[in-house]
Ligand binder design. Structure first.
Ligand SMILES: [Zn+2]
Length: 78
């Protein structure tokens, strides 16, 4: 019986350690992504217009059935 309890404790400790490692990884990733020097704009993900091939910030693009299209041009209307 003591052996079973020892195994359960060991498994719990390993899972806890893995969880702590995962949380640290996620924290370091999000810190790197959101930290931007003052006065600089945060880089936006770029998307490619499915109709004319131009790369543009995702906030300037419009979602269409093929992916994204230029929002303020003929591409989005087609
Ligand atoms: Zn376009």
């Amino acid at each position: 019986m003591a052996k079973v309890v020892a195994w359960l404790v060991l498994i719990f400790v390993v899972l806890l350690a893995l969880r702590i490692i995962n949380v640290r990884k996620i924290r370091s990733k999000t810190r790197g992504a959101t930290r931007a020097p003052a006065g600089e704009t945060i880089a936006q993900p770029m998307v490619r217009c499915a109709r004319c091939g131009v790369f543009l910030p995702r906030s300037d693009a419009k979602a269409v059935t093929e992916g994204y299209a230029c929002a303020d041009s003929e591409c989005a209307k087609r």
